[in-house]
Every structure is written in structure tokens, then in C-alpha cells.
Write a protein that binds this ligand. Structure first.
Ligand code: GLN
Length: 447
């Protein structure tokens, strides 16, 4: 059924860059054989799942939606993806994204934009726009995304699904093509909170291949999913309801907050005083890390090599010039500048200090509440082309999401209503580090 829906909808939506029909049918046959043999059901037995195309799956193309990796076939499988397969999941395709996960609209893909499943004139969000569109359109039951500054939560919000960015270190980054290594996390994108809890439980946990993965035990998220919220304090982030917030988004989020009150929770006003610096902070740290991580794409080791180069230097320069798209180049330049001697102290070092202040903002806020809530994005899905001429405008739409990555804390976007135009709106629930259980409990209570 997933493959049929893909055949019907993918030509218009462009959500998937690879459809793994043969591989998926083979996996499905193995599932059938296991079931026929009376083997016990695994947690994701036979569940069709899409993997974002910046995550390696051995023997399949992993393009990062970039021309520089257009012909790259992964030689190994990302740990998070391998765990999904070991739990019985059937991988049906690889999802389109903004090139190297840099973007908020999926318009930065070298293989064309993804369209919003409900309105072809709009973007699905980004960078995990292909994953979000695939789930929303029924091409799969769940997808993986990656979130460096909102790339799971914002497209989930735009497409009306659930998206979770785990605590930094909760899920292994092994086999995820690095963007901002201190920010990146793989996470689930699903139709329900329960599905997200189940999927994270499978993907999470220590991995010997990722030194930043945590030894913190993985709770049984499903067993603790249903909770009585009476007595909970829900922190409402004051700074998140300021200028630039769309009226429909604000109304839907406030309505959801009222629901929490009716469930017995108390709303408390909390402050993240440094929220206003988060965008600037994120776009220095993320670009600095990206400029270092993307140095490996030089025409030698992976992917595209400019054919006309006659010297080693020309090979590096031409392969990168021809292989990377404009947004990726912009970020490499910004990041290289921020790290260059003479500017390092003023930009990168300062940004690290601001990052500490943001982390402390969250610590203080969580002294007053169990979870924090705010919108996921300031607007519903915008129109294709609306923000492409003005990168700064695009960056500003990440205001509510990037702070969590800078602080390392987990967050979930889940649907909380629709705009007057019928577009989905997402509520963002934030929990302290490694307290994903609370985030799932609060989310589940709203469904
Ligand atoms: N939109 C943000 C950016 O462009 C976040 C991307 C992400 O989380 N991968 O950097």
C-alpha cells in the first residue's frame, strides 16, 4: 500500500529521492516468513518507514539532496536506521531535503522542491520536508528526520504531523551526514505521539560508534505514555508570543494551553531572556561547524569530481564550485569567516558564550515547570518562492526551534489546530534533557 501511494503521489510531491521498491518487497517477504514461522512480533514489524536522504543505508544512494553526492552509494548503515530495521521496519524510500539539511522550506534541494501535501503552492517546511510530506501523504507510517535547528519540528508543524528532536546524545549520529555536529539529532516523524514514542524507543541509546551518544538508560516511553497531568506546571514562554507571531498560530497555541488547564495543569509564565539572540547565535555556530564538516567534500573521497580539472587545487575548487548549491556555499563562507583568525573571538567564541546563557535560561525555566510550551514556527506553511530571495527572512522563521538545539534539550511538535486557510499549526513541547517521557505524556494528553 505504501508503494502504491508513493507511485500515485510522489511524482507531484517530489518527497522521495529514491523509492526502494525491490528492497522493501524483499524485506516485507522476510517479515511474512517470520510471521509464518511464528516468530514473536518485533516493535516495528513490517512498518513502512522513509529515511531522510542524509542518513546512510548500505547499498543505496545517500545524496543529501546535493549534486556533490548525487552518485554516492552508502557503504554502511546509520545506527538509528539499522535499529529500525532490526525492529522489523521496512524502508520504502529515501526522503528529499534541503541540501545538506540547510534550509527551512525544502527549496534548497538540488533535485527540486517538495510540495506541501495539502496545497501544492506551499512549502512543506524544511529541511526534513520530504520526510514530513511522505508521512502526511500516507507514503509510509513514519519517517526519520534530522534536526540541527528545527528541521524535524518545523516541517512536522507545517504538514500536521508529530516530530521529535531528542535530547542531544539520545540518538546516535553515526551514519548521519554531519551538518552541525554539536546540534544534530536524528528523530521520528509520525502521525501520532504514540508512534513517535515507539520509534524513539527503538532508535535511542548508546552507540559505540558515536562518542557523543549517551549512556543514559532509555526509558520505556510507551509504558509511561498515559499520565494524569493534574498538578503539572506548564511553562508558557513569554518571549515566544511577541512580534512576528501569526494571529492564527497564536490563537491555536493559546487554545491548546487552555486544554492543558482543563486537564488540571497550571500555566506558569516563564522567561527565556536570551531568546532574542538565538537566531544570530545559531547561524554562527551552525555555519562554523558546517564549514568544517563540509571540508571533506573535495572531489577525492566521495561523490562528484570535476572532470576538467588538471591540478589537485583545481580539482578541489571546481568540484566544490560545481557540486555545492548556493545556500551551502553561503554557509561555508559565513562559517569560515566566523572561524578565521582575527574574527574567531568576536564571533565564534562570543557565540559559544551566548549558547551557555541560553542553556541557563532553560535550566532556570525548568525550575518552575515540568514542560515548556510555545509555537513551533511563527507562521503556517508559506508559499513556494515567498522567502527564497531573502535568506535572512528564511532564517528568522527558525526562532522557536534553534534554541532547543543550542541548549541540547528535547522538543516535540504536534498538531494543535488549523489556520483560517486550513493549514496545520504545531504546538512545541519542550522538556529538560533526557526527560522525553514528560514530553510524550504531555503530547499524548492533547491528542
Ligand atoms: N532551518 C535551519 C537551518 O537552515 C535548521 C536546519 C536543520 O535543522 N537541519 O539551518
Amino acid at each position: 500500500a505504501a508503494l502504491e501511494t508513493i507511485a500515485q503521489r510522489n511524482p507531484d510531491l517530489n518527497a522521495l529521492l529514491s523509492v526502494l521498491s525491490d528492497r522493501a518487497l524483499q524485506q516485507a517477504a522476510e517479515v511474512d516468513a517470520r510471521l509464518a514461522a511464528g516468530e514473536p512480533l518485533r516493535p516495528l514489524e513490517g512498518v513502512p518507514i522513509v529515511v531522510k536522504d542524509n542518513q546512510c543505508l548500505a547499498g543505496t544512494r545517500t545524496t543529501c539532496a546535493s549534486n556533490i553526492l548525487a552518485n554516492y552509494t552508502a557503504t554502511y548503515t546509520a545506527t538509528a536506521v539499522a535499529r529500525l530495521e532490526a525492529a522489523g521496519a521496512v524502508i520504502v524510500g529515501k526522503a528529499n531535503l534541503d541540501e545538506f539539511a540547510m534550509g527551512s522550506s525544502n527549496e534548497n534541494s538540488a533535485f527540486g522542491p517538495v510540495r506541501h501535501p495539502l496545497d501544492a503552492t506551499r512549502v512543506p517546511g524544511g529541511s526534513s520536508g520530504g520526510s514530513a510530506a511522505a508521512v502526511a501523504a500516507g507514503m509510509c507510517l513514519a519517517a526519520t528526520g534530522s534536526d540541527t535547528g528545527g528541521s524535524i519540528r518545523q516541517p512536522a508543524s507545517f504538514c500536521g504531523i508529530v516530530g521529535v528532536k531528542p535530547t542531544y546524545g539520545r540518538v546516535s549520529r553515526y551514519g548521519l551526514v554531519a551538518f552541525g555536529s554539536s546540534l544534530d539529532q536524528i528523530g521520528p516523524m509520525t502521525r501520532t505521539v504514540r508512534d513517535a514514542a515507539r520509534m524513539l524507543g527503538v532508535m535511542a541509546g548508546y552507540d559505540v560508534h558515536d562518542a557523543t551518544s549517551s549512556l543514559h538508560p532509555v526509558p520505556d516511553y510507551l509504558a509511561e505514555l498515559e499520565a494524569d497531568l493534574r498538578g503539572w506546571r506548564v511553562g508558557v514562554v513569554q518571549e515566544a508570543f511577541g512580534a512576528g507571531l501569526d494571529a492564527d498560530v497564536e490563537a491555536a497555541v493559546r487554545e491548546a494551553l487552555k486544554t492543558y488547564e482543563s486537564l488540571g495543569a497550571t500555566l506558569v509564565e516563564v522567561s527565556l531572556p536570551h531568546l532574542g539572540y538565538a537566531i544570530a547565535d545559531y547561524y554562527i555556530i551552525a555555519t562554523a561547524e558546517a564549514s568544517a564538516n563540509l571540508a571533506r567534500f573535495d572531489g577525492v573521497r566521495y561523490g562528484y569530481r570535476a572532470p576538467e580539472a588538471t591540478t589537485v587545487h583545481d580539482m578541489y575548487a571546481l568540484s566544490r564550485e560545481q557540486g555545492f548549491g548556493p545556500e551551502v556555499k553561503r554557509r561555508i563562507l559565513l562559517g569560515t569567516y566566523a572561524l578565521s583568525s582575527g574574527y574567531y573571538d568576536a564571533y565564534y567564541l562570543k557565540a559559544q558564550k551566548v549558547r551557555t546563557l541560553l542553556r541557563r535560561d532553560f535550566e532556570r525555566a525548568f525550575e518552575q515547570c515540568e514542560v515548556l510550551m510555545m509555537p513551533t514556527a511563527p507562521t503556517p506553511a508559506f508559499r513556494l518562492g515567498e522567502k527564497t530571495d531573502d535568506p535572512l527572512q528564511m532564517y528568522l522563521s527558525d526562532i522557536y526551534t534553534v534554541t532547543l538545539n543550542l541548549a541540547g534539550v528535547p522538543g516535540m511538535s504536534l498538531p494543535c489546530g488549523t489556520s483560517r486557510e486550513g493549514l496545520p499549526i504545531g504546538l512545541q513541547i519542550v522538556a529538560p534533557a533526557f526527560e522525553e517521557t514528560r514530553m510524550f505524556q504531555a503530547g499524548r494528553a492533547l491528542e
